[in-house]
Design a protein. Sequence first.
Length: 223
Amino acid sequence: MCKETEAKLYAEGIATFALTFIGAGSIWVSGGDLLTVAVAHGIILAVMVTATMNISGGHVNPAITIGFMATKRIEPKLGAQYIAAQLTGALLAGGILYSIGAGGVGTPAPGDSIIEVSTQQAILIEAVLTFLLMTVIMGTAVDDRAPAGIAGFGIGLTVMADILMGGPLTGAAMNPARWAGVWVFGDMENNIDLIIYTVGPIMGALLGVLLWDKMTPGDTDTE
């Protein structure tokens, strides 16, 4: 493995570690206060995307990487390595949170509030939230016409807004790694959640990137 690839994988692992540690940790220490959780996720993602954008592209999310793989913006082998690095970072963060007493606290799950949603509704919500996230990523980080340096800010704000709306419904994960990193240290008996937080975000990311390409044909770039 060349040093450039190693640098990209370290960047993806560290950024996803930060998102999971700060994001899930904010749920633990705040008792799930929605505004606190949304702001913590938005800020840490904005900072980490900005920090890693010029190294790895700042994916920080397997669903985003899969969307880029599907549209040939990243080679399949490198994409698979990205996903492995993202999951590793998230699991390390989840393990540290578990070791300091957080347990499975901070795991996105449907039905955590007075607003109950079915499995199908939860998948749809996660898909829509991730679709919006992918659309912003395409418009701020991928499109060459975007103002320089705006990507992290735009992506962080989108995650914040998504959580403010979707948090009470599904936990607004939008990210299989962020969800899995804490889930494995909590209640793994509910396999339905695995479907919700993988299928939903991946569907949303694919729809977002494919529709963007319909709007801007011929602009596909490869990592």
